[in-house]
Design a protein around this ligand. Structure first.
Ligand SMILES: [Zn+2]
Length: 495
């Protein structure tokens, strides 16, 4: 097999894998069977293929180096995936079918988070949390085995460990990034404690002392503003937005799944099985602000995928190093639904209420940022020292230090997305603030209805996953990991 043949088969493999994952996630299939798909393509994930491409990487010309590297790391990830697929299938199928008791009521595990988001009674939220914890704790031995197995396959392939492997495949120096994270924590400490103390009294009616992290799930839903975000307007508002930007043609490539199936995972998601021609935007509306947030966030990913230039090789259409860039595009659109100018134009919200929503949403954004700063600090602490046995302790400590909330150590594995995805998100937070600054300066506050802004986004999307986020901001004249735009915005709105 030569490199082009491998690239073609990889495209087919990823199509099958994403489709399988999506069908289970949206509740159209009960059992995840990714192991079967790995079996079908096992020729791709042999030691032999890996070695060949590994050697080829060393002699390839500079021009083809990036393409070869990406194919190599996709093969490595498939090689690891193939070995742990049966266990991973078991875990995902377990969560998709898990149920728990809440008093006399039997509820599915996936229903718990949306219930917490809407539950106005403090004590009932804590009961829901205990119910979720029972399901999570039961899966922990399998989740731990999965992490250990993954790490050992990675080491067998010659990487020093988990952190080393991901810093090579994602091209990020995580030790350096950790320093940036510390700086963001320090620069937002004061504003965080001040606003959190205020919200705790106003919304939770408690002093901010050792509160269970479950209440973050309630705070983040902004349920006091649900009335301003009618469920039946979610899709029409998103469609109008694409139309205003002159991007409505891209919806032809996007399949929107907003059906409410009982077994559908409520966490919204976007799949790119075949960019640009087949992209899926999946949401499960429950009413309120979170539906709009999900539709516009996943919509950001979906428009990106649907506008990828057909003329790029598959590698630069789909095989990204990390997801930081597409997450930044998603964050920019997601934030729009709290913008008072957008709210008054699209949902008839008064300037007074719009500003209140912006304040509360910016607080939530900072809360989630602090949570992810804690998550990354924990993962970095654990993997840089190869200290998995202290994982639960490190998790609870770092999350408490960053947010002030109490996190149950048992969530240490279920609350971790593999491959330092927390860092992808944090990079996106930094980069989205920079790109937003550029877009507002160039196209004005009403950029969301400016065809020129739409054209600009289309030109960024067309490059697919060729660039990393930091390359994009550099081209716009910003410094990679320059956190000032991010930090200043919190001070501007909340201070
Ligand atoms: Zn996303």
């Amino acid at each position: 097999m030569n490199i082009r043949e491998i690239e073609n088969i990889l495209a087919k493999f990823l199509y099958d894998l994403e489709t399988e994952d999506r069908l289970v996630r949206v509740g159209l299939k009960d059992k995840l069977e990714s192991a079967k798909i790995y079996k079908k393509y096992e020729r791709l994930f042999s030691q032999n293929t890996l070695e060949k491409i590994g050697n080829f990487r060393k002699e390839v010309s500079r021009k083809d180096k990036e393409l070869t590297d990406r194919i190599y790391f996709t093969l490595v990830s498939g090689f690891v995936g193939q070995r742990v697929a049966p266990l991973e299938d078991l875990i995902k199928t377990y969560f998709a079918n898990a149920t728990t008791r809440l008093g006399s009521e039997k509820i599915s595990y996936f229903e718990i988070a949306p219930k917490i988001a809407k539950e106005t009674i403090f004590d009932k939220r804590e009961k829901l949390d205990s119910a979720a914890l029972a399901v999570v704790t039961k899966a922990n031995p399998k989740q731990l085995k999965l992490l250990i197995d993954e790490t050992s396959v990675i080491k067998d392939l010659g990487f020093k460990g988990y952190l080393h492997y991901f810093s090579e495949s994602k091209k990020v120096n995580y030790d350096q990034f950790y320093k940036v994270i510390k700086k963001i924590l320090k620069l937002t400490d004061k504003i965080w404690l001040k606003t959190m103390g205020r919200v705790s009294q106003e919304v939770l009616r408690k002093p901010f002392e050792n509160l269970n992290a479950v209440h973050m799930g309630y705070l983040r839903s902004l349920s006091m503003y649900d009335n301003f975000y009618p469920k039946e307007k979610v899709i029409t508002a998103f469609t109008k937005f694409t139309n205003d930007l002159g991007l409505v043609d891209l919806l032809n490539n996007i399949k929107i799944d907003d059906a409410n199936r009982p077994k559908k995972n409520p966490r919204a998601v976007c799949y790119w099985p075949k960019p640009p021609s087949e992209v899926h935007l999946v949401i499960k509306p429950i009413g309120g602000e979170q539906d709009f947030e999900a539709a516009f966030h996943e919509g950001g990913h979906a428009l990106h995928g649907a506008a990828v230039s057909e003329s790029l090789p598959f590698t630069f259409r789909a095989l990204s190093r990390s997801n930081a860039l597409t997450e930044a595009y998603a964050f920019i659109f997601e934030d729009l639904i709290f913008d008072p100018v957008w709210l008054s134009t699209n949902l008839n919200v008064s300037a007074f209420t719009g500003n209140k929503i912006l304040w509360q949403a910016t607080f939530v954004n900072l809360m989630l940022l602090r949570r992810y700063l804690g998550k990354f600090s924990y993962e970095h602490g654990m993997f840089s020292k190869d200290d998995i046995k202290n994982g639960p302790k490190l998790y609870a400590k770092n999350l408490k230090d960053a947010t002030g909330f109490v996190f149950n150590p048992s969530n240490w594995l279920s609350d971790m997305d593999s491959g330092f995805y927390s860092a992808d998100y944090l990079r996106a937070w930094i980069g989205a603030a920079q790109i937003k600054d550029y877009v507002v300066k160039k196209f004005g506050k009403r950029w969301f209805e400016n065809i020129k802004a739409g054209e600009y986004f289309r030109s960024l999307y067309a490059r697919g996953v060729t660039d990393e986020l930091e390359d994009v901001v550099k081209r716009l004249g910003y410094g990679p990991w320059d956190i000032s735009y991010l930090v200043e915005n919190y001070k501007k709105v909340l201070g």
